[in-house]
Write a new protein. Structure first.
Length: 267
């Protein structure tokens, strides 16, 4: 079967610009007639089908060897394997995004139901950056903040309550560090460097629950009583400071409070 370029357009749905481009790249090989017109063979049609198939898989011509006329089965195989790996990575990232979405949805539902039950769990590794007055690394902090903000939804608002809060009286306020956090996977994907003022919290066993507060920068000692009671009842020892992420911001105006998902490492 010999086809003119017009017939090939109708058969493949490709326009002349694309067909001539593939011709120039050596991916099809039409025969020139005495009158100068190109005629296309069955092999050209099959090549175009394969090219459209590769394009549907997301494989671009730029991913093939620079000399298109020398593209072989090994080249096509390697291009498909690379694309397969990229898609698998995208799927993994989507699963991670879905997991974070579910975590947030569960937290919002807990806030709406007013549930303050304390439970045991595990926390994933996370990097944190806190904002402090007279910060000697303020320029670096601002640079990292901007960079991390571009990686939402991995980035989240975070607080830290010092373990020394247990020594305070019930009505006392405890000063709280505020900042942003980033999950380990996102940290690595951003090719970030672990150095001050970045802090790292490794995966650990923890107790977790929701608290409500009217101020983000100060937490009442009495707000943490459910955690202290849980620790006493289960004979557990806190290993470090409280860490949490703000679940609802701006404040829940209906109840005049912020909701925080709080965790405390335990031994």
């Amino acid at each position: 079967m010999k086809l003119s370029i017009g017939e090939l357009e109708k058969l493949t749905g490709m326009n002349r610009t694309a067909l001539r481009y593939y011709d120039a790249e050596g991916l099809i090989d039409p025969q020139r007639q005495e009158n100068g017109y190109r005629m296309y063979s069955n092999e050209d049609v099959m090549s175009l089908v394969q090219l459209k198939q590769m394009s549907a898989f997301g494989v671009e011509l730029g991913e093939l060897p620079s000399s298109k006329r020398e593209v072989g089965i090994q080249d096509m195989c390697l291009a498909l394997v690379r694309k397969e790996q990229m898609i698998e990575q995208e799927i993994e990232e989507l699963y991670q995004k879905l997991a974070r979405l579910r975590l947030h949805a569960e937290a919002y539902q807990t806030c709406a139901a007013g549930n303050t039950v304390i439970t045991e769990g595990r926390t994933v590794g996370a990097y944190r950056l806190y904002f402090r007055e007279n910060d000697p690394d303020s320029e670096k902090t601002a640079r990292i903040f901007r960079k991390w903000m571009n990686d939402v939804p991995d980035t989240y608002s975070v607080i830290r309550i010092p373990k020394s809060v247990f020594s305070l009286s019930g009505d006392a306020f405890c000063p709280v560090d505020t900042g942003i956090g980033l999950l380990s996977g996102a940290f690595q994907r951003l090719h970030e460097t672990f150095e001050p003022p970045i802090e790292y919290t490794p995966p650990c066993k923890c107790v977790q629950g929701m608290i409500k507060t009217q101020r983000i920068d100060q937490i009442r000692r009495s707000t943490l009583y459910p955690f202290e009671k849980f620790l006493e009842e289960h004979g557990q020892i806190p290993l470090g400071d409280f860490y949490g992420w703000v679940v609802y911001t701006p404040a829940d105006h209906a109840n005049d409070c912020f909701h925080i998902s709080l965790r405390l490492g335990i031994g």
